[in-house]
Design a protein around this ligand. Structure first.
Ligand code: NI
Length: 253
C-alpha cells in the first residue's frame, strides 16, 4: 500500500490497525556509465513498495534527494546540505506523527546519508524530549515516537546473495548489485555500456573535483557491466522478505 496512491480514508483505516510506516530514503547522484541517477532512491523504493504489497505495509513517498556533495562534478546530481535534509526529515516526521504514526522505518539506499539521518533522528528525539514535541505533534497525547534506520544492503541475507552473484567487482559505488536492483524494477532503463578498465580503481575521495579526477567515469572499485535483471530479482526477493519481517517486529515494539 503506497501513501501517494491511497486516499485519506484509506490511510485513516490503516492507522486504526497500525501506527507504523516505511519511508524509502536515498539520493539522486551519478552511478557510473550504466547506473541510473536515481539508483540510491530507486533501490529502497523498489524493495519498499514490494514489501508494502506483500506485507500490507504502508509505504510513504520516497525521500529521493540526499547527501551527494561528492558527486557534484557529474551532471544530473542533486544534493541537499545536511541542515536542509535534517529539517525536511523533521517536517516529514512531524506531519506523520500529527496523524498518529508512532513508528517510522526509514529504508535507506545511500551510505552517504547515514550520518545525516542519524543526526536527524537526534533532532527529532530532541523535540520529543525537551519541547514536549510528541505531545504537540501527536494526536494521541504524546505516545513514544520511534525512528529506525536500515540500509537495504545490510538486511539479513542480502549481502550473502550479492557476494555469491558478484564475487569480483562488487566495489563500493555503482555496484553491480544496486544497478541490478534498479534494472529489475525498471527493465526499460537497462543500458549496455563497455567499461574501461573493467573494474574501476579504489581509493579515497577529497571533494567533488577530486572525485572526478580519480574516478573519471564515476565508479569506485566496481564492474557494473555484470548487472542483470535476473540478479536484481534475486536480491529484491531476499530484501523484501527481510524488510517484512523486520518491519513487523519494529511495528510491534
Ligand atoms: Ni549507490
Amino acid at each position: 500500500m503506497q501513501l501517494h496512491l491511497s486516499t485519506w480514508p484509506e490511510v485513516e483505516a490503516y492507522l486504526a490497525k497500525s501506527k507504523a510506516i516505511l519511508i524509502p530514503i536515498g539520493s539522486t547522484e551519478q552511478h557510473g556509465p550504466n547506473g541510473l541517477l536515481g539508483t540510491d532512491a530507486l533501490c529502497p523504493e523498489i524493495i519498499g513498495s514490494r514489501a508494502g504489497e506483500e506485507g500490507g505495509i504502508l509505504v510513504g513517498p520516497t525521500f529521493n534527494v540526499g547527501q551527494a556533495q561528492h558527486h557534484m562534478s557529474f551532471p544530473g546530481t542533486i544534493t541537499l546540505r545536511p541542515s536542509t535534509m535534517i529539517a525536511a526529515m523533521l517536517d516529514w516526521t512531524q506531519s506523520l506523527t500529527r496523524h498518529g504514526f508512532e513508528r517510522i522505518y526509514w529504508l535507506n539506499g545511500h551510505g552517504g546519508n547515514i550520518a545525516t539521518i542519524t543526526a536527524a533522528f537526534s533532532e527529532i528525539y530532541h523535540g520529543v524530549t525537551f519541547d514536549r514535541g510528541a505531545a504537540k505533534l501527536g494526536s494521541n497525547g504524546g505516545a513514544p515516537l520511534r525512528c529506525s534506520l536500515r540500509n537495504w544492503w545490510e538486511l539479513p541475507g542480502v549481502m550473502d546473495i550479492c557476494r555469491q552473484l558478484f564475487p569480483v567487482g562488487e566495489g563500493s559505488h555503482a555496484t553491480p548489485s544496486e544497478v541490478s536492483v534498479t534494472w529489475f524494477g525498471y527493465p526499460q532503463a537497462v543500458k549496455s555500456v563497455a567499461m574501461t578498465p573493467r573494474i574501476a580503481p579504489n581509493g579515497p575521495i577529497l571533494d567533488a573535483d577530486d572525485y572526478r579526477r580519480r574516478f573519471p567515469d564515476g565508479r569506485i572499485g566496481s564492474d557494473p557491466s555484470q548487472a542483470s535483471i535476473a540478479a536484481g530479482e534475486k536480491i529484491v526477493t531476499a530484501a523484501v522478505r527481510a524488510v517484512i519481517s523486520e518491519f513487523r517486529q519494529f511495528a510491534a515494539s
